[in-house]
Design a protein around this ligand. Sequence first.
Ligand code: HEM
Length: 389
Amino acid sequence: MSDIDLFTDEALRNPYPLYDELRHIGPVVHMPQHGVYAIPQYEPVREASLNWEVFTSTRGVTLNDGFNKATEGVLICSDPPDHRTMRKVFERPLLPAALKSIEPALKDEAAKVVQRLVEQGRFDAATELAQHLPLTIVSKLVGLGDRGREQMLDWAAASFDASGPINKRTTAALPKAQELIGFGLNEARPGTIDRDGWAAALFTAAERGELPAEKCPFMVLDYTAPSLDTTILATGSIIWLFAQHPDQWDLVREKPSLIRHAINEGLRLESPIQRFTRLTTREHELGGVVIPAGARVMLLYGSANRDERKYPAANTFDVNRKPSDHVAFGTGEHACVGMNLARLEIRLLLEELVPRVERFELVSAERRVNNMLCGFDKVEVRAVPAAGA
Ligand code: HEM
């Protein structure tokens, strides 16, 4: 049991020392003040994620019961067999073959934005660099029109904040999070959304009987709310890590095949989504600890990814580590359906930066304070151009 508060501003900016304490306490830590059983170690997080029969998502994946009720229709809040029916349709534009077809457009845009920023010399990696691909190309492909695009970043951040336990931050975010749900239910409909977009394809699939029609308005939001901030925060954090560790940037420049591993290592160390929850359907023993039936269980991805039992020198950024089994994308039934897209967007930016930038010098950085997310609102860097770039 622990009375550690993971939701103070200070803890949200730097949860890692608290995670060390929680992992030390045990595989399951009852946190009565948050009304949850936290799972801070790597293996138990994997075990619970893989066992949807006991750790159900149908009662929501946040710490806020009201928000869990309001988001009942989204993909992440379902279990098999419904989940598999929905995911089969949802994942179509995110499968490797589909991503191949959009890669040239993303690559072109990545080249343009990197060239411009490197010429500019000093830029904010958290906004100017990280937001470009998700906000220009990906939002257009989803096809929710201008209002959807303009509001989505605000709405998405609010819905992650509204996913916290009932505190000031959660309550303040609720009106915006409800706007997002209202947009999905009332506005993002055939007639107003782009006919050829990913969102419209859901409604077409429902007409063909592949999907219950009432799921579509919620699933539209699944393409946007969890896809923007996450990828954007990951990109900013990775540049921040390279600015802190120029020796690791040198390694990647010497051997660009390390880019893929560096992305996983960045996601492991600075996991953009720190936690989701489940509800136990029955009493269950995890890591030798009995969790009662009907308990809210918090999977601490950000802590699991720094578990020394799994990753020696876990707090060290090491691009040679190759931690492809990290849980920053979750694992099991609900493993992130957009992970290949996110990795593609980040890889294309890094592939353009590697030949052009010799070093990132950190000018200033500001951490995001959010109930579920981790990363930076600002990562201002000076990019020292590579010779001949
Ligand atoms: C670096 C970027 C990303 C991170 C760190 C991330 C993280 C996660 C995590 C941890 C989960 C697992 C939740 C669970 O087990 O309950 C998840 C699921 C999900 N993600 Fe991502 N995500 C990212 C990018 C994306 C993108 C680009 C999209 C959409 C295009 C997306 C859409 C989703 C959806 C819809 C789910 C639910 C999947 C399901 O329930 O089957 N994510 N993500």
